[in-house]
Design a protein around this ligand. Structure first.
Ligand SMILES: C[S@@+](CC[C@H](N)C(=O)[O-])C[C@H]1O[C@@H](n2cnc3c(N)ncnc32)[C@H](O)[C@@H]1O
Length: 273
């Protein structure tokens, strides 16, 4: 049995926000360890349904175990960016509520062999979906210098992005960069001073590479729009963002949807930011 430690954040707020009706259909697009899902499914009658999506098979295994007493849960190994297709395949066209708790889980970060952490030495991996081909090792060893610098700057908001990209290129000319520790050592050499307030020198580069490997930002805008369109009248969408990049993409999509949907008078968008 996998040890999945992840404390669900904003749990009360999400449950309140979803305004669960017992016979409704709900989607948790980031099932993880089912912390939020358990609270949703508890409130459903046998007529209600929860659809739990995750691209990490470990998360699905843990969630199935944690929710085993509930028979009205469907588990989908997939990407919430495909929410429309997933619902179509289930012949469900509208749902009462959708939850997205964006980003990585503590389980993924803390599991050494998944290669997400700059604190643990491991193969450079960082894939949320273990079936995916692209890994962090591919990004670090095959992307051009300008591309690496752009990613580290945009997704990591790292001011030393150019210096880090340059050092990566120099290092990989000697040998393939294979482990998280090797990458951390390269980053440390590239960062001219250690700004304690900014945290570990590899923190932002690791975030950037993880976002690139898992394509976390680009699809988000359409995902949010598709999620809104998958809701019934009066349906609720709750999204928890972790950093400003996610936050911006979500707010942009919400704002546009609000404009259009006010006109159709079909939806009320409750905003908590
Ligand atoms: C922050 S955790 C969610 C934790 C969960 N709410 C809980 O209480 O345990 C995010 C989860 O979403 C998954 N995930 C991230 N992006 C995804 C995507 N685009 N499609 C499906 N799952 C995704 C990750 O694999 C991870 O398990």
């Amino acid at each position: 049995m996998l040890e999945f430690n992840h404390k669900p954040v904003l749990l009360e707020e999400c449950i309140q926000g979803l305004n669960i009706s017992p016979d409704g259909i709900y989607v948790d697009g980031t099932l993880g360890g089912a912390g939020h899902s358990k609270e949703i499914v508890k409130r459903l009658s046998p007529k209600g349904m929860l659809i739990g999506i995750d691209r990490d098979t470990d998360a699905l295994e843990v969630a199935k175990n944690r929710l085993q007493e509930y028979k009205n849960v469907k588990y989908i190994h997939g990407n919430h960016d495909d929410i429309k297709q997933i619902l179509d395949d289930l012949e469900i066209h509208e749902v009462n509520g959708i939850l997205l708790d964006l980003g990585v889980s503590s389980y993924q970060i803390d599991t050494q062999e998944r290669g997400f952490s700059y604190m643990l030495d491991s193969n450079l991996d960082m894939r949320m979906d273990q079936m995916q081909e692209l890994t962090a090792k591919d990004v670090v060893n095959t992307y051009k210098e300008e591309e690496l610098a752009r990613i580290i700057y945009e997704y990591g908001e790292e001011k030393f992005s150019r210096q880090i990209a340059k050092k990566i290129i120099e290092a990989r000319k000697q040998k393939e960069i294979q482990t998280t520790k090797e990458l951390v050592d390269i980053i440390k050499k590239a960062v001219p001073y250690y700004d304690k307030k900014a945290g570990h020198p590899a923190k932002r580069t690791f975030q950037a590479i993880r976002i690139e490997v898992n394509n976390e930002i680009e699809p988000l805008y359409n995902t949010v729009k598709n999620a809104i369109q998958s809701l019934k009248a009066g349906g609720r969408l709750c999204i928890i963002t972790f950093h400003s990049l996610e936050d911006r993409a979500v707010k942009k999509a919400y704002t546009e949807a609000t404009r259009k949907m006010y006109m159709s008078k079909r939806f009320t968008i409750l905003r908590m930011w």
